[in-house]
Write a protein that binds this ligand. Structure first.
Ligand code: ATP
Ligand code: MG
Length: 476
């Protein structure tokens, strides 16, 4: 047992005024009932660095059933992690988990005979209760291993997290090689924390990333998908994807995308566009705009879609609708399968990308366009077009008009649609090749610089056959 470093109230910035009142209620009730009650994880990290936590998780030595009995409005959830959700009137949930220890190969194998020399230490279950110290040590990074104790208002540090917060370093708790092999998703998280906090990654951690990045293939696809979406949803996608790319993780996660944006392969035609798209969506997310997941996934797919179109159609050719649909299948399907996106999300994504192209060509007054408004993928297509317009400098006028339509018609995602990849699959819209033959459905491949050097308006290209080629691409 090691003694923790205790930082008394007078020496840290966490005030109860910053803690969610419902979370405080839960902390106090646990405490008054004789249990330990700590704020844990990200909320302590964020409060220590003057940020607003996303959620206030609580750790306690009360067992899930004991917590359950203390709060009428609570339920025990989870299998891998059994924890208690305390639900408040407005639907807010405070998560309470019992201190647990890091699972070992033995506890994994049911306590008896872990196969000797077994290299596979991937954690599959995680439900052995433990002490506060053990609970701190099972966590991923030192900056995430701090506790705030409601009994003393002190911060309790078993893992050196306070020093690492001061030094602005992301460091695993324990050997990064081991911690990354236990749970490879931690590699994605390490980069994400570096990106969002603007911290450095510790040197050993960086070596371990290189060494273990292939292990990511062992992680459950839905968890990886969540981690891929999370930074985009929260406004630090651009920096996170950049670090994933530099650390070699993106090559494992989304090899097609990584190849497409790799500056040294000569294939980087769409790299500048991709980074601008991310920067633009981050900017808007941080300003309060909320994009459906399908739109965020669409942003990730755009460079691939454009590259595939270029490969299929060759220089200077336009792509007709039926061909575009085939390309969409080719680009989206393999990725969707690997990420195990639900079917309705895949359809929404394809429809969004396809319709984006349509919105670039038709105007709201066009009778042909009217029926698009009201479709569940319509706002996705508008978001994509408007991000694309801002990132490329093209199609600013239709993008603006369609954004106005969304604002005017109050097209809101229905409840639930803005979460979990969007709405159920809408009625089939994809027109037959016959319906759309000859129409120019595709937003031109985006080779044009955003603004000219004098800062004037982007030059509009004339319609007609386009030249596409890397020489026209904005220098990265
Ligand atoms: P935020 O919620 O703001 O993204 P967070 O640090 O709270 O950041 P969560 O994913 O909510 O992140 O996880 C809560 C806490 O659980 C973390 O702070 C960390 O202590 C622990 N944790 C999360 N994921 C892991 C993991 N893969 N391995 C070990 N501990 C983890
Ligand atoms: Mg959290």
């Amino acid at each position: 047992m090691t003694l923790p470093r205790i930082i008394p109230r007078a020496e840290h910035p966490i005030s109860r005024g910053y803690i969610d009142p419902d979370a405080l209620r839960v902390l106090y009730r646990l405490h008054r009932s004789g249990f330990k009650a700590f704020l844990v994880g990200g909320s302590v990290r964020d409060l220590m660095t003057g940020r607003t936590p996303k959620d206030f998780d609580i750790g306690t030595d009360a067992k899930p059933q004991e917590v359950r009995r203390l709060f009428r409005n609570s339920r025990v959830i989870g299998r891998r992690f059994r924890l208690v959700h305390v639900v408040f009137d407005d639907g807010k949930v405070v998560e309470v988990s019992t201190f647990r220890k890091r699972p070992t190969a033995e506890s994994e194998a049911g306590g008896a005979s872990a196969p000797a020399g077994d290299e596979d230490i991937l954690i599959r279950s995680d439900n052995v209760f433990g002490t506060p110290e053990e609970d701190a040590e099972r966590r991923d990074f030192t900056i995430n291993g701090l506790f705030y104790d409601i009994a003393s208002f002190a911060v309790i540090d078993y893992v050196g997290g306070v020093t690492d917060l001061e030094r602005r370093v992301v460091r695993t708790i324990g050997d990064p090689d081991v911690r990354f092999r236990e749970d490879p998703v931690r590699m994605m998280r390490a980069c994400e924390f570096a990106a969002r906090l603007n911290f450095e990654m510790d040197g050993d951690l960086r070596d371990a990333l290189r060494e273990n990045r292939m292990e990511l293939r062992k992680s459950a696809a839905p968890r990886v998908t969540e981690e891929l979406l999370d930074p985009l949803r929260r406004g630090w996608g651009s920096e996170t994807y950049r670090i994933w790319h530099e650390a070699g993780l993106l090559e494992v996660l989304l090899p097609e995308l990584d190849e497409e944006i790799h500056a040294h392969t000569g294939k980087a035609a769409f790299a500048p566009l991709f980074w601008r798209l991310l920067a633009e969506s981050d900017r808007r997310v941080l300003a309060g705009e909320k994009f459906p997941d399908a739109a965020l996934l669409g942003v990730v797919m755009l460079p691939l879609l454009f590259a595939a179109i270029r490969r299929r159609s060759g220089e200077g050719k336009r792509v007709d609708a039926s061909r575009l649909l085939l390309v969409l299948e080719d680009v989206v399907n393999p990725l969707a399968a690997r990420l195990t996106l639900p079917n309705h999300a895949v359809h929404l994504l394809k429809q969004g990308l396809y319709t984006m192209g349509r919105l670039a060509e038709v105007r709201p007054r066009d009778p042909a366009a009217r029926k698009l408004v009201g479709k569940s993928y319509f706002p996705i297509a508008v978001s994509l077009l408007s991000l694309y317009a801002a990132a490329s400098g093209r199609y600013a006028a239709p993008a603006e008009e369609w954004v106005e339509v969304v604002a005017r018609t109050g097209h809101r995602l229905r409840k639930g649609e803005d979460e979990e990849y969007g709405a159920p699959f809408p009625e089939a819209l994809v027109p037959s090749a016959h319906d759309v033959a000859g129409s120019d459905l595709l937003p031109p491949i985006p080779p044009v610089p955003v603004v000219d050097a004098r800062g004037g308006r982007p030059r509009r290209r004339r319609r007609g056959p386009r030249r596409v080629g890397t020489e026209a691409v904005v220098p990265g």
